[in-house]
Write a protein that binds this ligand. Sequence first.
Ligand code: XMP
Length: 513
Amino acid sequence: RILIVDFGSQVTQLIARRVREAGVYCEIHPFNALDDARLKAFDAKGIILSGGPASVTETGTPRVPQAAFTQGVPVLGICYGEQAMAAQLGGAVEGGHHREFGRAEVEVKEPSALFDGVWKPGDRKPVWMSHGDRVTRLPPGFRVVATSQNAPFAAVADEARRFYGVQFHPEVMHTPDGAKLLRNFALNIAGCAGDWTMGAFRQRAIAAIREQVGKARVICGLSGGVDSSVVAVLLHEAIGEQLQCVFVDHGLLRLGEAEQVVRMFRDHYNIPLIHRDASDLFLKELAGVTDPEQKRKTIGRLFIDVFEAEAKKVGDAQFLAQGTLYPDVIESVSFTGGPSVTIKSHHNVGGLPERMHLKLVEPLRELFKDEVRALGRELGMPADMVNRHPFPGPGLAIRIPGDITREKLDLLRQVDAVYLDEIRKSALYDDIWQAFAVLLPVRTVGVMGDGRTYDQACALRAVTSTDGMTADYYPFPHEFLGRVATRIINEVRGINRVTYDITSKPPGTIEWE
Ligand code: XMP
């Protein structure tokens, strides 16, 4: 396995994804959570040092434990990682030169194991740069193997010790050959086998679940989303009838979704499933609640209450299964020290495991979202389940600005169903990160036939994104939008106006509340 030392770059996770795409397992650890002993204990076959926002030229800035360079293990430093390595091995780094941001070109000067089969001397290749400082004197043993206009040491190598440094970012898409360079490092230089596949993961995960759980019962909260669905199917394969799924139906799901969840898990997979329809309770408690955070808090509280009541009925359960993913557990490097601002609070089963004395089973803790999807496919789950768009815990409640009623929910469900139907028919679903309709608290005048209408307006939203942190609106063809609008107004009584939301995130958020 490969150890990725995080110096706080925005794109450290991309390094991990590229390494895993090469079939090599890797983990990200913040530089300040490592010391010589821990680094040695990790027993990596190769170490990658990430980029980061600090400047090596200032005192007190991040360094990797020196043991990284004394174990005979290959090291690849990227951007800040290259500079830190140079500084720690006796080279020099300076600031105040020309800054280089964005597209740049490197010229390959010498062959290197890092470039094998990808670049050869004389090649000029596009790369992505983002740096202010640069290496100005090489540590002993190093040679320059590629240069760029503003980074004379764009790539450096000590082939004998197998230490490599690149000023550019091989992990981003804008460095087209970057994935191949990382693959070279992980497979050829570090000597990893490249056999970390979903098939192998599935077998290991099943063995680990059996070992952890023994003969005890496991409760799994099912929401219909990708993560909890994959957890349920994986657990069922591992422990069969010891698994008990609980589906708390808050009545805020899309059209036909609750029925789908029940059909799929109870009927298709034969997984023991409690379906608790609590929509009356949720609607009653949500009546008159208009503030978005208040909605979330109300839903989160009720969800835990109902889930806990159902879980208690299961009896003798000792474990709670959760679809925690790797991005949720990576410790991040914080330079400010303070907590980051909560834009929106997300609810989960917080506090429940402690109260009910349940231990957690989190079989997806090592995986990124796209790997969870790959695991779902590996488990034979249907594509429309595995490729589902993310759906927020509070569901349609945060897509109805203002107070929530059953009538509004029904109206929104119909609009949303027509919209998604058209998206699927046009084969656009898989190009989009999330698509949904919002019911606006506005009535507007329209004309239908000879009559005047005074009905509600709705907004459609569709975004592209890789992690939900930033997003761009999806550029539908105008005729597609026209067709959807016509269908919605013709088919959904009560809606007479359709708008399309073209706000990116930031400054907007994906959801309207
Ligand atoms: P925003 O609206 O903050 O959404 O740009 C980012 C991602 O998070 C989802 N989201 C939520 N998920 N509970 C959830 O489980 C929530 O309260 C919540 N609010 C937003 C949103 O759908 C998008 O994928």
